[in-house]
Design a protein around this ligand. Sequence first.
Ligand SMILES: N[C@@H](CCC(=O)N[C@@H](CS)C(=O)NCC(=O)O)C(=O)O
Length: 210
Amino acid sequence: MITLYYHRGACSTSNHFALEDAGIAYEAIEVHLDREDDPIAQKVRKLNPMAMTPVLVLEDGEVLTQNAATLSYIADLVPEKSLLPKPGTLARAQADSWMAFVASDLHPVIIEYIYKGFGETDAERARLVAFYEDRVARRLAVLEDRLTDRPYILGSDYSVIDGYALIVLNWSLPAGLSLDAYPCIRSYMDRIEARPTIQRVREAEGSITW
Ligand SMILES: N[C@@H](CCC(=O)N[C@@H](CS)C(=O)NCC(=O)O)C(=O)O
């Protein structure tokens, strides 16, 4: 059975969504990597020297990390569920492009946005706010445009990329980032959140307090 080490509401939860959508047997174990003496945290730090989740341990003991790889791996275990297009197709290359957008563009800029107030002087803070606001707005505008005429990032069908995007967009709340200017993104988040598989994972993980 696949084991997922995750942290509630972190990007690893998108792997929990993917496993639930895949409908395969799995075990999901929550880890608090900031707890030095916690045996699960110690184990995960050994499995992934980056000390980050997600960490997937496959049936044969192989370890897989990095959302783009873990989500694709889970999706490819169940091609009949169409959680990603078939490997080797142009549609899959387009999906990989959007996966990279979420993993390398959206994910880091929403995290970075939390740091916008870190300057030591008012002038420095104002400069950082302007800098981070511009960076995040450009990524959100790309996503808003993409969702203007399609319910999900790849089109009419939900994919594992959407579950990942939802988690990253959830962080707008603790980051103090308003999504009011992005109505398509707002309704997209509600649409994904309403999926029974997502609701099951939310219930299993428990509520998040930001
Ligand atoms: N590039 C990594 C990023 C993973 C990542 O940012 N994980 C965060 C949770 S969302 C984490 O484990 N953070 C713990 C830490 O930085 O100490 C991936 O895609 O898996």
